[in-house]
Design a protein around this ligand. Sequence first.
Ligand SMILES: [Zn+2]
Length: 289
Amino acid sequence: MPELPEVEVVRRGLARHVVDRTIAHVDVAHPRAVRRHIEGGDDFAARLVGRTITAARRRGKYLWLELDGEGADAVLAHLGMSGQMLVAAPGRPDEKHLRIRVVFADEGPELRFVDQRTFGGLSVHPLAPAAGGGLLPAPVAHIARDPMDPAFSLDDAVAAIRRRRTELKRALLDQTAVSGIGNIYADEALWRAKLHGARPTEKLTRAQGRAVLTAAAEVMDEALAQGGTSFDALYVNVNGASGYFDRSLAAYGQADRPCPRCGTPIRRESFMNRSSFSCPRCQPRPRSR
Ligand SMILES: [Zn+2]
């Protein structure tokens, strides 16, 4: 599952390579990739042909391409587990798992949606007013702003988390108080804020809430700055390691390695069918509730 910095890298690449270009033709190679477009693949293609892409936008890990015209609609990308948005020269051989090809009128690089596991896909939706402001594709209008969003309100997000009756890491991951934080960045933010993910949100202080969300924004900013993923190659794997993961993670994936702050071996605990990584000394587990 791509994390927010990777999705932002792809958004920037799309902004540079497909915005202001007019769609000439769309091939839907696999019906599953357009299953969220309930009117079907032919309708999906027909809605895109002749339209110009006017913007590439993102909220949390959701990405969409706005289209010109009176309809105020957009192509929403669900990346799922393995979805990739690639920009590829027209002559380049098709990828094995190519699902959708968008050909442009300028005969320049194509936009290809490639998805090995076919959990992802593309669909066209009207833009709808979102709770936090702005116009979003209707299916994602409920998604909270992420910490990298210029309009993100730290105080509102902290208040929303403290209203929850859950564990802190669950609140960070559930996309309604704050979006875009996945397992990796949750563990890194909790480590920086010296908080265990099992801490009850209702007992979290405002300062602790601000600390963990500020840390999340910092770690994602750093990943974005260091992420060597390049759209210049005209071929980008959304799920490709940014290089950041191996070099700079303090806690995530670091089981039994020394905590960079105190030297205590990082602990691994099971969490929602995955793993959580934390420092037993810097991030003491809360007493049972
Ligand atoms: Zn430590």
